[in-house]
Each structure stands twice: as structure tokens, then as C-alpha cells.
Design a protein around this ligand. Structure first.
Ligand SMILES: C[S@@+](CC[C@H](N)C(=O)[O-])C[C@H]1O[C@@H](n2cnc3c(N)ncnc32)[C@H](O)[C@@H]1O
Length: 253
């Protein structure tokens, strides 16, 4: 079920929310090499495919809303919605982005999220999130995402997608991210958030949610994602951006 209200019992001021989001962005940058170039590329693709700025944007598994905020500021007339399952990350997004971005609680592992999000979006982004779902749910996700897009709308899926074709020169030249360091920074970030008294009730809810849905850590090659997107009815699908083992697929509904 979707909700736009802050969680009861959460005491998190705006300064704290902004600070935790800033360090989150650093942590994510440790996992995804050249994250800023990915974000710039996906924004340009969205502007190019429609010939104008998107007016309805949905960021799925958007976490504390770093990308959602960038898109809302780049396209001030757009209605930007962030959906996530994690109550802690949603609280950080709401604490920092009040009014700029609509936040919804939703679970991508079941089709109920489609009705909450609604249709007719020009752009859907899913960054470093699909690997939480097992293959059968990733397949269903592409169908569900297409139903949320307007005709000609763009889906961008960025995640670990190893290259099973001819590797790009950029991939070969780029140093691999230090995954152990990124994992440590992730653990430290969550350890720090765990100390924030006002977030404790939400941390307990988070633990319960992920106990039922442990991350699948599913990684498929880019060609698999392209094939699944086409099977789901996307007219065009291909790799828009790659850096090492990370890639972004673009698919046009
Ligand atoms: C690694 S984080 C990436 C967050 C954000 N996209 C970013 O790049 O900063 C993965 C996100 O997926 C969310 N997530 C995982 N499983 C989910 C599910 N079943 N439904 C909705 N969100 C989910 C997590 O809560 C988390 O916010």
C-alpha cells in the first residue's frame, strides 16, 4: 500500500536528513563508478527521446532520493515520484525533499506497486535496485514497468550487468571499483544510521521487511536484460551506458 505521510514516532530533523543523504551519495559512488556520468547520460536520454523534458518521472527503489532530487531540480515542471520499500530511506527522502518529490512506499517484488505508482510516466529509473529481485520477479518487473509508461516513454535500468558481448574500450580502461571498500562503507553507513535514536522504530520495520525479502543479488548479463525487455513489449532496448561491470539499459515503451 502507498503512503505519503511521515512515519509516526520518527524524529529526524532536516539537517540530519541532508547529512545522511550526502554520505549515502558517497557510499553509492563507491559501488558505481562514474555515477555522475550515468545520471547525466540518463537525463539526456530522457530529454532526447521525447524531444522535451519529461513531465512525469518515477524513480523506483529510489532510496533517500539523491537521483530523484537531481531530476526534480533539472526539470522543475516535472512531477517526480520516488518509490521504495525501505522506511528508513523513505524517511530521509521525506526529511530532506519535502514538497519537491512525492514519496511512496511500495514493493517491487509484487505487482501491487503498479496501481500505487499510476501510469503515463515519461521516464522510469531503477538504479542499483533490480539485483534485489530474483529472476522471475525481474521478468515481471519489465512487464509492470511498461504498464506505468506512456507510449514512447523511457525505462532506464542501471545495475551490475556484465558485458557478454564485445567489451567496450571504456570498460577495459576503467579500473574496477573496490567492492570490499564499498561494502565496508555501506556497513558503516548503516551502523551510523543505527545510532540515530529517532530512526530506531523504522530500523526495526526495515529489518522485518528485508527478513521477508532478502536481497537476491541476482546479476544477469546485459543481453539477458535486453531480451527480457523486448519480450515485455518494449519496442527498442539497448545499452545506453557502461562502466566496467555496471551498465544502464534504456528501453522505449
Ligand atoms: C542500493 S540501493 C539504491 C538506491 C538508489 N536507487 C540509489 O541509487 O541511491 C537499493 C534500493 O532498492 C530498494 N529496494 C530493494 N528491494 C526493494 C523492493 N522489493 N521494492 C522496493 N524497493 C526495494 C532498497 O530499499 C534501496 O533503496
Amino acid at each position: 500500500m502507498a503512503t505519503t505521510t511521515g512515519a509516526p514516532g520518527t524524529a529526524l530533523d532536516r539537517t540530519q536528513a541532508i547529512r545522511w543523504r550526502q554520505t549515502w551519495a558517497q557510499v553509492m559512488g563507491g559501488f558505481v563508478p562514474h555515477l555522475a556520468s550515468l545520471e547525466e547520460t540518463l537525463c539526456r536520454a530522457a530529454e532526447t527521446v521525447r524531444g522535451r523534458a519529461p513531465s512525469r518521472v518515477l524513480d523506483l527503489g529510489g532510496g533517500p532520493g539523491v537521483l530523484a532530487e537531481r531530476m526534480a531540480r533539472r526539470w522543475p515542471d516535472a512531477a517526480v515520484t520516488l518509490m521504495d520499500l525501505d522506511p528508513v530511506l523513505l524517511a530521509l527522502a521525506r526529511g530532506a525533499l519535502d514538497g519537491e518529490v512525492r514519496t511512496l512506499k511500495g514493493d517491487l517484488s509484487s505487482p501491487g506497486w503498479v496501481a500505487s505508482a499510476g501510469g503515463d510516466h515519461d521516464l522510469i529509473t531503477v538504479v542499483m535496485t533490480l539485483h534485489y529481485l530474483p529472476p522471475v520477479q525481474v521478468r515481471a518487473f519489465y512487464d509492470d514497468a511498461r504498464r506505468c509508461l506512456a507510449s514512447g516513454g523511457l525505462l532506464i535500468v542501471a545495475d551490475l550487468m556484465p558485458d557478454d558481448g564485445v567489451p567496450s574500450l571504456m570498460s577495459a580502461l576503467d579500473p574496477a571499483p573496490d567492492e570490499a571498500a564499498a561494502e565496508l562503507a555501506w556497513a558503516q553507513w548503516w551502523g551510523g544510521v543505527g545510532e540515530v535514536k529517532g530512526l530506531r522504530p523504522l530500523l526495526a520495520q526495515r529489518a522485518a521487511a528485508f527478513r521477508e525479502r532478502p536481497p537476491a543479488e541476482f546479476t544477469a548479463p546485459a543481453s539477458w536484460h535486453v531480451a527480457i525487455a523486448r519480450e515485455a513489449g518494449f519496442g527498442e532496448a539497448g545499452i545506453l551506458w557502461r562502466c566496467g561491470r555496471h551498465a544502464a539499459l534504456a528501453a522505449v515503451a
